[in-house]
Design a protein around this ligand. Sequence first.
Ligand code: NAD
Length: 377
Amino acid sequence: MSRKLRMGMVGGGPGAFIGPVHRMAAELDGKIELVAGAFSQSAERSRAAGVSFGIDPERAYASYQELINTESKREDGIDFVVIATPNHLHLPVAEAALRAGIAVMSDKPATATYDEVLRLKSVVEHAGLPYGLTHTYAGYSLVREARAICASGKLGPIRKVAVEYLQGWLSSPLEQTGQKQASWRSDPALNGPGGAIGDIGTHAFHLVEYVTGLQVTSINAALRSVVAGRKLDDDCNALVRLNNGASGVLLASQVAAGEGNSLRLRVYGDKGSLDWQQQDPNRLRVKWQDGPEEIHHASAGYLSADSRAVVRLPGGHPEGYIEAFAVLYREFAEALASWKKGNRLPATLPGIEAGVRGMRFIERAIASNKTESWVEF
Ligand code: NAD
């Protein structure tokens, strides 16, 4: 396909956090253009947003239903829709789009509940269309390198993982001030039943399975709502077991005062280990039991082909969050453009299976917390 893919967006209106990141990332590689959207639950704000983004004002719709109904009938209608709304809308928007023949790129978590994701999985399978899930960290070059190192067996059998995702922004009852992002995240009806465990725990969980290639088989999680009056968990300490016998620790907290977006993964084999930190994403530390510590730099010639395939700049020119997001968009766009020729989403791009795993993780962590015991996946 020689033309750019046409993107519609649901969410991402004025004051939104991740919508603007999606727009920047989607357009970074010149394969996608924003042409339509339902950017807000307010028709007026959606139109105003559309104008500010420079799209045809007629294609800034009052609702996602109008977006999908109208765009699916246009000859030059959208090729896919991106979902950047609070979680309770992920299933209805994805389902409406897929049933209308429109591909979907959704933000995580895939849905608000585990039951919903099972329904979504069957809708995706029935539609036979691309469904991508923006687990951002899968787009980092050195996360791809960590994944390649684990797959190579160089670390030896994986024995232990330690993943932590620590933020401090919900250390006070921010939702009580009406702050946009905190308000819906603290409301089970809009967010789903998992607070920090759903919002950031799912990223940590995904990173473990994505990098190691292993699956979590059981969990023992302690969830707390540290801030008085908060309806959902804001702190999680969990132990996990993996399907090769390895064990691990998963921490997810939004009341870790002073922390920004501190995601860190450490993986230990019997010969060596690796350590990647999101706030220092262009360096991967690899430590050997019988050798010196190595620091692998993004874009270096010695990295794996999978890692080098997703960098845009020579070494020493830092890439970060938006570029990682854009890697996922590039992979999605390439698959979508050649979908009719039988191409499919690459294994490097999270999709509906990752969505199901993430929702299972939330559901199992809550069940474990309730029974104060280990639960199987
Ligand atoms: P936000 O509150 O900043 O933005 C949500 C947007 O959705 C707002 O513009 C709001 O007006 C719009 N919206 C709400 N109802 C709507 C409707 N009915 N129709 C159209 N638009 C509607 O939230 P956010 O922090 O940007 O999070 C949005 C989603 O992105 C969540 O699912 C969140 O989990 C996810 N997220 C993912 C990452 C990541 O790293 N991949 C980071 C942040 C957020």
